[in-house]
Ligand binder design. Structure first.
Ligand code: APR
Length: 276
């Protein structure tokens, strides 16, 4: 498949897979999970990021996700996000698979068809029971009308203290069940639709370059996708100040922060793959 070189901006005949994690958003002020001062260093994921935790204390879980939404809302994409967006614009066949639930890749200009948010999107609010879901960027990520019930009298009044605890939580406008953040929690399945998109890309031919940035590669599927994407001798570039289980497979290990390294690496990849 020959990609036409648009006169105005050059397309590069290169097939690229990029896998990112929390480290690429660290320089935008978003904590990682397992790095220094990472969320899981101080917080217990079994109390905040599992379906059981939500069933046990939905208020606690919502408080944490609302605090994260606010922090992300006040953050800005950094040079790492912008470099990945530039690579996406300039290459014919490109897929970004990010574990990040923030919207910084999207705000840097990556389009939805070139990105898979494999752990979901924090700005989606979906029903914990039915299929109803709501995406709120910029404005409130919680659907209007997902109003809570104000216990005014009778039995509800008597349990108001505990009921009050979930009173200001979003409820599904369709079935009235509690709504939850649209992220994938520990112990939950990944979205079949998103998995299919990754498989379709990997099945569409080997990549020329695979870049893995800012992740501990904790989950086996991240390592699997990086290795399958880089089979047949493709470049596998790891960008991470620290070693990870993927490092020994990388053809290039870049021990630098992503916002420093990725703009340069993108220039190099494009320069290397320029074909007239
Ligand atoms: N540039 C590049 N890498 C960085 C930077 C940076 N500026 N800062 C930190 N890192 C690296 C750390 O060395 C670490 O290897 O980013 C990695 C962050 O790892 P994690 O905190 O484990 O984040 P991630 O790999 O994305 O976690 C995967 O686990 O908790 C769940 O669902 C959550 O999506 C998340 C998943």
């Amino acid at each position: 498949m020959i990609w036409k070189i648009a006169v105005s901006s050059r397309f590069y005949f290169v097939r690229v897979l990029v896998l990112t994690g929390a480290g690429v958003s660290a320089e935008s002020g978003i904590p990682t999970f397992r790095g220094k001062d990472g969320y899981w260093k101080n917080l217990d994921p079994t109390k905040l990021a599992t379906p059981e935790a939500f069933a046990r204390d939905p208020q606690l879980v919502w408080d944490w996700y609302r605090e994260r939404r606010e922090r992300i809302g006040n953050a800005r994409p950094n040079a790492a996000h912008e470099a990945v967006a530039r690579l996406a614009r300039r290459t014919g066949e490109f897929l970004l698979v990010t574990q990040n639930v923030d919207d910084l890749h999207a705000r840097a200009g990556i389009t939805a068809e070139k990105m898979v948010q494999i752990h979901g999107d924090i700005f989606v609010t979906r029903c914990s029971c039915c299929e109803s879901s709501y995406v709120g960027r910029g404005g409130s990520p919680e659907p209007p009308g997902a109003c809570a019930v104000q216990p005014t009298k009778g039995r509800l009044r008597s349990i108001a203290p505990t009921f009050g605890k979930v009173a200001n939580l979003p409820r599904c406008p369709e079935c009235h069940a509690l709504m939850r953040p649209g992220v994938v929690w520990f112990g939950e399945q990944l979205s079949r639709n998103e998995l299919e998109r990754v498989e379709d890309f990997l099945g569409g031919g080997t990549c020329d370059v695979v870049i893995v940035a800012g992740t501990t590669a904790t989950f086996g599927y991240i390592i699997d996708w990086a290795l399958r994407g880089s089979r047949n001798g493709a470049e596998l570039i790891e960008v991470n100040p620290e070693e990870t289980p993927l490092s020994r497979f990388a053809t290039k290990q870049v021990r630098e922060p992503a916002a420093i390294a990725l703009p340069r690496i993108v220039d190099e990849v494009l320069a290397e793959h320029l074909r007239l």
